[in-house]
Design a protein around this ligand. Structure first.
Ligand SMILES: *Cc1c(COP(=O)(O)O)cnc(C)c1O
Length: 398
């Protein structure tokens, strides 16, 4: 048996591999620098071009590009008129922003547990949480796997709820052959560097509903309108006149960030292909090991995965998750944990959210870790990852 690096042995590789990394090439650099030397550096032609490209790519009628995925979630909540007294059902097994956007509007996030195999929100658990205050569902495509869209759509139709899909992980994922971004009432994407395509920062709102579209657009830039048709005063004093019709924000994205996202979209086809190849390789390698459980995928989802998480089988290993994690990092495979259940955070605890309310999310959290997954990984890199996981498993096998 190979001696673990954490016990003084040699690591499987020299350089560290992180769990995610952006891919930026010369075309991306040129796209950004071309904008920097043009006359518009914020909200210019590239923002418009990116919106039209996202509409074309997803098949959705409207896109609004904003400064981050979090801003996109906030704009989505504003667009549906979310307010104090409302409740929104979401998963606790996600990044904090998926629930924080509800708090921004003075409403209350309610957590429904996940499916313990797919890690996505369980539609049956959503039903149990519906009250007469429930206004919307924010479902998250965890790690890039589509949620059970049909089941969630049925629940929304039955109870008159709005379906918001947090697809920060899931651009280029399809559900039953349809692109994520054109399924829920509103979908959001993130262009943070660890996500599938990046603008440094950035996000987008996709919808087929013209009312949601107008409200999201308005929220992006101070609640100000410039078109006569949108104004309350139909006899403006002069050409300088504009109106603020609601309380908006500055959630604008720069034109050079939009140019970067556009340039990245040209590579989305191979990003998706490479991510799928790596996922397939990991799935095959780990399927032989009882100690490691991979995320289960529903057949309806053709996923472009953002994360690859391995789940430890505590019946087969005599180490803690912490020991396994530290051993992998010592082998230069730098993992991360996605995610700490949101209601565990002190801020949520102070609001009175009960511990233990979503046992599946808590169980999965305690046993998982995300290993490297990004298109720039070489074949040797992914072999090193598997080698390291196998080495750690062998050392801790019961
Ligand atoms: C990254 C992420 C967000 C927030 O996106 P930002 O662009 O970082 O603001 C929201 N939801 C999920 C699930 C995410 O992973």
């Amino acid at each position: 048996m190979e001696k673990l690096a954490i016990n003084g042995g040699y690591p499987v590789r020299e350089g560290q591999l992180g769990y995610g990394h952006q891919y930026i090439d010369d075309d991306d650099v040129k796209a950004v620098s071309d904008v920097l030397t043009s006359s518009f550096i914020t909200t210019g032609p590239k923002v418009d071009e990116l919106e039209r490209e996202l509409e074309r790519y997803t098949g959705s009628r409207y896109a609004v590009v904003v400064s981050s995925g979090t801003a996109a979630l906030h704009c989505a909540c504003i667009a549906i008129g979310l307010a104090e007294g409302d409740e929104v059902i979401t998963t606790p097994f996600t990044f904090a922003a998926s629930a924080n956007c509800v708090l921004y509007c003075g409403a209350r996030p309610v957590f429904a547990d996940i499916d313990p195999e797919t890690y996505n929100i369980d539609p049956e658990k959503i039903r149990e949480k519906i009250t007469d205050r429930t206004k919307a569902i924010i479902a998250v495509d965890y790690a890039g796997q589509s949620v059970r869209n049909d089941e969630i759509r049925n629940i929304c139709d039955e109870f008159g709820l709005v379906f918001i899909e947090d697809a920060a992980h899931a651009i280029a994922t399809e559900y039953k052959g349809k692109k994520v971004g054109n399924i829920a009432d509103i979908t959001i994407f993130s262009f943070h560097p660890v996500k599938t395509i990046t603008g440094g920062e950035g996000g987008a709102i996709l919808t087929n509903n013209s009312d949601y579209y107008k409200k999201a657009l308005n929220a992006r830039s101070h609640g100000i309108v410039h078109l006569l048709e949108d104004m309350e005063n139909k006899e403006p004093e002069g050409p300088w006149y504009y109106e603020m019709i609601s309380l908006g924000y500055n959630y604008r994205i720069t034109d050079f960030q939009a140019a970067l996202v556009l340039s990245q979209m040209k590579k989305l086809f191979w990003f998706r292909k490479r991510r799928q190849e790596i996922v397939k390789y990991y799935d095959e390698e780990f399927s032989e090991m009882d100690e490691i459980i991979s995320q289960k995928e529903i057949p309806e989802s053709d996923s472009c995965r953002h994360l690859y998480t391995i789940r430890l089988n505590p019946d087969k290993l005599n180490c803690t998750r912490r020991e396994f994690f530290d051993a992998l990092v010592a082998e230069n495979i730098v993992c991360q944990i996605h995610y700490i259940p949101i209601y565990w955070f002190p801020y949520y605890q102070r609001m009175g959210y009960e511990m233990g309310q979503c046992p599946n999310a808590e169980y999965v959290y305690k046993n998982i870790m995300s290993i490297p997954l990004y298109p720039a990984l070489k074949d040797q890199d992914i072999k090193d990852v598997v080698h390291a996981v196998k080495k750690v498993v062998e050392n801790y096998r019961k």
